[in-house]
Design a binder for this molecule. Structure first.
Ligand SMILES: [Zn+2]
Length: 125
């Protein structure tokens, strides 16, 4: 999850570093309002907790193939080596699991990411 706000001087979006459950925690940690140097125009801008919004990170979409491809290779490896002499059903089950596990992990991670974003954006101060 990442946080963004608009600079009051140049109106460009900035990213805010840190980890906050909600706007209350953001205000308690950073102050309300807090001042920060804009990464675009380099001038100080005042930011209110209510003007900060959380968005999902693209990160998950990027790591997914990195998990998925090895899982397919693992499934293929199991298929061709370990269970060669066993029934076709066992092979299918092994491949099914190899494909399913990263899918389960991914959906769990993206759901918790979505929940965190929703939780942050839900309440204003
Ligand atoms: Zn700016």
């Amino acid at each position: 999850m990442m946080y963004k706000f608009r600079c009051q001087n140049c109106s460009e979006y900035n990213r805010l570093k840190g980890s906050f459950t909600d706007r209350r925690e953001l205000a308690e940690t950073k102050g309300e309002p807090f001042r920060i140097v804009c990464s675009v125009c380099g001038r100080k801008t005042e930011v209110k907790a209510n003007s900060v919004t959380a968005t999902e990170t693209r990160f998950l979409g990027l790591i997914f193939p990195l998990v998925f491809v090895p899982a397919i290779l693992l499934g293929y490896y199991l298929f061709t080596n370990f269970i060669e002499r066993n029934s076709i059903y066992l092979k299918l089950i092994a491949i099914g699991f190899a494909l399913k596990i990263p899918a389960i992990i991914y959906s769990a991670l993206s759901k918790s990411e979505r929940d965190k974003v929703r939780n942050f954006n839900r309440y204003k101060l």
